[in-house]
Ligand binder design. Structure first.
Ligand code: ADP
Ligand code: MG
Length: 741
């Protein structure tokens, strides 16, 4: 699986945007940032420090000043990464910086102006142009997803029910690493389609937010592209390479104010900071290289970027800066952050033939549909040949490999359907005109032909449906060299190659210069033998100069250490403050629990709670385990069907035998009436009538069979007042002495 085991550091580039109108109107102060494009260095001046204080210097893989063009950044720093993704590596580009410094401008830019298109639209062009220019034996499948992380919740921006509270979970598999479960992924066949996907996501992002600027500065947006490429290898088998590209526009890196807020607001601020501070911790742990534990699991963002930071991906970080003096502290923090990220080492490797490649499934499905279609057409052709009386027979449809032959089969199949239709029409006509046939017989034959016609049409419809499905499926796969876009002519191709070469050359030049500078500082070794006094003076002056330089550097480093310490003190104070707020809230909740929830209820709740580390939530265990619940709610035991409670076989027989009153059933339905004639024979008619009207006696014929329908005393006729229900029950008992036993 792995092709390239060598490690490679995260590429870090810095970009500074121009002063905006507001900053210009704020008066003098000017830029606090100077850049040496050739050396890839940034010099930061502290606007509040005396002029004698040395500037802070940082060196990066490349730096882009206010005049830099989108295209330059892309060609020099992003293009090689996209090329790697197309070769099957995982790649990540993320923009980091304070709000308003140009993260979104760098990642997206102004779509309509070709000069101002950012990394993402340029990457779309690059990917699809590459596909259209590649060899025709390559097949590609491109998919895109778009998500955002806001308050530690992942939202699918391509899912139509975005805005509802459905947050997605993270999962991990050995094959793909960390992924988002149920994330929508759209197959894209062209630049237009993938742009459409981006637009849909951007709109969903805007809809979910009350204030777009505010929202985008507090949420992380991740656009994910998967490019699968299949190509026949030397062994003749098709091999698939999968490249995954993450394009990340991070939330603004400025500190969210946490002090003095409570409840929901406190939690929100803490969560917004969480991902970025976790990212900082991950970068520190990786850059340090000594600490064994890297806290990826501390936030959703770091888990998703696990591969990109210290993993198997190639990564480019674009740190964006604003030149205004009022943002000196934030700018310095960004530069330090970026400087640390330079030391992260990744081990990029090609994803070859992963098990979950969708392209493989698509190819299988297409092959299956094609075989089905061929089978149908071949069958029709054979039928036609039989009709034509041709004895030429072949029984394997797979043999129709050649294009010409395929076309011939298709034509023959279509012709067969047409001819068959015509034949059936003719036969129907003949039947209608046949005078010797009985009307009934005619009807039957016509019906039969009609049915055959119906079958034929159904068959044809099924074939058409299959063809449509096959074509739809096939169109999702892009074939190299086929979809050449008009503007990609040879000249343009050459131009791009040249541009690529120039970018490569300037990158190499910069690297060499940086190396020379480093070596120069290290080579303090001077000749100790001097031929003349003059020479000695020269050499010692030179040495002194270098020592002075080193001393200045030492001062810088000391100042740096002081700054870092101050920063740590501030962040510790902030953390303590957050902790105090949270402790206060915890005490409040405790107070309520201890005083207002009965202890036994509290214990019950406590016993049911479990922590789900995947979702980072406390959860209630179900009261009854899921499987035993269904068992418990099962039918009554077989020994108790029709009875109030389980009953022994002996008792059952005894009931049937009416052996003893002890075994009489309790259900009044099973009781029998006392059949001895009532002693009312001597009663007069009025008494008898009264007896018949009595609500507790039933004079229906069932009575003769010895079974009496029970009637709930609650349902006594209206003539009996409800308040006297007890009385009526007593009356009922009196009237049926046997039942009362
Ligand atoms: P962020 O996403 O970091 O909050 P934006 O990308 O929205 O910042 O940029 C803020 C403003 O600055 C936008 O109006 C953008 O057009 C402008 N801007 C940023 N970077 C540049 C640049 N390199 N050149 C010109 N304008 C820029
Ligand atoms: Mg933005």
């Amino acid at each position: 699986m792995s092709k390239n085991k060598s490690s490679e550091s995260v590429k870090v580039v810095v970009r500074c945007r121009p002063l905006n109108r507001k900053e210009e109107s704020n008066g003098p102060g000017g830029d606090i940032i100077q850049m040496d494009l050739r050396l890839g260095q940034v010099f930061l001046r502290n606007p509040r420090a005396p002029a004698s204080e040395p500037q802070k210097t940082f060196t990066f893989d490349a730096v882009y000043d206010a005049k830099s063009k989108q295209r330059d950044l892309y060609d020099e720093s992003v293009r090689p990464l996209i090329d790697s993704v197309l070769a099957g590596f995982n790649g990540t580009i993320f923009a980091y910086g304070q709000t308003g410094t140009g993260k979104t401008y760098t990642m997206q830019g102004a779509w309509l102006d070709p000069e101002k298109r950012g990394v993402i639209p340029n990457a779309f062009d690059h990917i699809f142009t590459h596909i259209s220019r590649s060899q025709s034996d390559k097949q590609y499948l491109v998919r895109a997803s778009y998500l955002e992380i806001y308050r530690e919740e992942i939202r699918d921006l391509l899912c139509p029910n975005h805005g509802s509270t459905r947050a997605l979970d993270l999962r991990e598999s050995p094959e793909t690493g960390v992924y988002v479960r149920d994330l929508t992924s759209c197959v894209c066949k062209s630049i237009k389609e993938i742009e459409e996907v981006m637009n849909v996501g951007n709109q969903a992002r805007a809809v979910g937010a009350t204030d777009m600027n505010e929202h985008s500065s507090r949420s992380h947006a991740l656009f994910l592209i998967t490019v699968e490429c299949s190509q026949p290898g030397p062994d003749g088998r098709k091999h698939i390479r999968v490249g995954r590209l993450n394009l990340v526009d991070l939330a603004g890196s400025e500190r969210q104010a946490k002090t003095g807020v409570q409840g929901e607001r406190l939690k929100e601020a803490a969560k917004i900071n969480l991902s970025l501070s976790a990212l900082g911790n991950v970068i520190s742990a990786l850059a340090d290289g000594r600490s064994g534990h890297v806290p990826y699991r501390d936030s959703k963002l770091t888990r998703l970027l696990q591969d990109s930071l210290g993993g198997n991906a190639k990564t480019v970080m674009v740190a964006t800066l604003g030149p205004a003096p009022q943002h000196y502290e934030e700018t310095l923090t960004t530069l330090r952050y970026a400087n640390r990220a330079k030391n992260i080492q990744n081990q990029p490797r090609v994803n070859e033939d992963p098990k979950d490649a969708l392209l493989r499934e698509f190819q299988k499905e297409i092959a299956r549909l094609r075989a089905q279609l061929n089978h149908r057409k071949w069958r029709n052709k054979q039928k036609k040949d039989r009709v034509d009386g041709e004895s030429w027979e072949r029984d394997r449809e797979e043999e129709t490999e050649g294009e010409e032959e395929q076309e011939e089969v298709e034509k023959a199949a279509e012709e067969y359907v047409k001819l068959e239709e015509q034949r059936l029409e003719r036969e129907k006509e003949a039947i209608r005109e046949d005078r010797f046939l009985l009307a009934e017989e005619k009807q039957r034959l016509l019906g039969e032909k009609e049915r055959m016609m119906g079958d034929l049409r159904k068959e044809q419809e099924a074939t058409e449906q299959l063809t449509a499905k096959y074509k739809a499926m096939e169109s999702k796969l892009l074939v190299g060299g086929k979809n050449i876009i008009d503007h990609t002519n040879e000249q343009q191709k050459m131009l791009e190659v040249k541009r690529h070469e120039i970018a490569e050359q300037s990158r190499n030049e910069r690297e060499m210069q940086q190396q020379m500078l480093a070596q120069d500082e290290e080579t303090l070794e001077l000749r100790e033998t001097f031929t003349s006094l003059q020479q000695e003076v020269e050499a010692k002056t030179k040495k002194l100069k270098k020592v002075l330089k080193l001393y200045a550097k030492l001062q810088c480093i000391k100042a740096e250490i002081q700054d870092v310490n101050n920063e740590h003190v501030t962040s510790r104070q902030e953390l303590e403050q957050t902790q105090n707020e949270l402790t206060r809230e915890l005490k409040f909740k405790y107070l309520i629990i201890e005083n207002f929830i009965p202890p036994e209820e509290k214990n019950k709740i406590m016993n049911r709670l479990t922590f789900d580390p995947e979702e980072d939530q406390w959860k209630f265990q179900p009261l009854v385990p899921a499987e035993s619940k269904s068992l418990q709610m099962k039918k009554r035991p077989t020994s108790a069907v029709g009875y109030k409670r389980p009953i022994s076989q002996y008792a059952r027989v005894a009931i049937a035998m009416r052996a003893h009153s002890r075994y009489r059933a309790e259900n009044i339905m099973f009781l029998e009436l006392d059949m001895t004639p009532p002693n009312a024979a001597s009663l007069d008619r009025s008494a008898e009538a009264e007896l018949n009207q009595s609500p507790s006696l039933d004079s229906s014929p069932t009575k003769d069979r010895g079974v009496r329908k029970s009637r709930s005393w609650c349902q006594t006729p209206k003539s009996i007042p409800s308040s006297s229900s007890n009385v009526s029950l007593a009356a009922c008992h009196a009237a049926t002495p046997t039942a009362a036993q």
